[in-house]
Design a protein around this ligand. Structure first.
Ligand code: ADE
Length: 225
């Protein structure tokens, strides 16, 4: 998968891709990340990317021209499956959305700043708008990092244990069951007996029951779907 990220703050985005699972995915050649500094697509000396709102009102608006120049250049080079705009009024990111986007070949992510982008950018170029939750961040970059992490770990070959992404919380609309490791008894706090039994079917049943119970207590809304 190739991800092109358009931003006014490339320095804010870089380090998460230089560590963790995302770094490994890049090193394995399973993912390519390309950062595009919007200021490189401006034509004036001051490299202006924003301007006042027509009609008045607080907050600057990201101008259409640099975004058009950047997106049009990228689109002339390859086909994109989706051109995504990170914004608090987008569709809320969830596991199902991450699963389907993880299958794409090429995507562009546009990070908003200030008040947001000129509406014509959204009307003309954007194919999907994504929010990472009902709160406002100071820009789309942190949201883009969250989104990239969620999709990259799902790409086949990225996680060393192939099954581990499938047993994550939210796959099958269930939260994960409790997990334990050694020691089996710590200060008298014991690991559930069944997990030490070696009886695979009983262990599976216990995990399913616990996942259901945990979901019912914490996120009953997930069981409704
Ligand atoms: N930009 C600002 N707030 C955001 C949010 N909640 N999700 C995605 N992008 C954003």
């Amino acid at each position: 998968m190739r991800i092109d990220i358009i931003t006014v703050l490339p320095e804010l985005l870089k380090s998460p891709f230089e560590a963790s699972i995302m770094k490994r995915a890049i090193e394995k050649g399973l993912v390519e990340i390309h950062f595009h500094n919007l200021r490189d697509y401006t034509k004036d000396k001051r490299k202006t990317v924003d301007d006042y709102q027509f009609g008045g009102g607080a907050g600057m608006v990201m101008m259409i021209e640099p975004i058009d120049l950047c997106i049009s250049k990228l689109k002339s080079e390859r086909h994109y499956d989706e051109i995504i705009y990170m914004t608090p009024d987008g569709e809320t990111l969830n596991q199902k959305m991450a699963n389907s986007i993880s299958l794409y070949e090429n995507i562009i992510i546009l990070c908003g700043h200030y008040k947001g982008v000129d509406q014509r950018v959204r009307d003309q170029f954007i194919t999907k708008e994504i929010s990472i939750g009902d709160y406002v961040l100071s820009g789309g970059e942190i949201g883009a990092i969250v989104f990239c992490d969620a999709i990259i770990r799902l790409i086949p070959g990225v996680l060393s244990d192939e099954t581990s992404a499938l047993t994550d919380s939210f796959q099958d609309n269930l939260l994960s069951p409790p997990i334990y490791t050694r020691p089996a008894d710590y200060k008298g706090w014991k690991v559930p007996e069944v997990l030490l039994s070696g009886h695979f079917a009983n262990i599976e049943k216990w995990r399913e029951d616990k996942a259901y119970e945990h979901t019912k207590n914490r996120r009953p809304d997930l069981l409704d779907n």
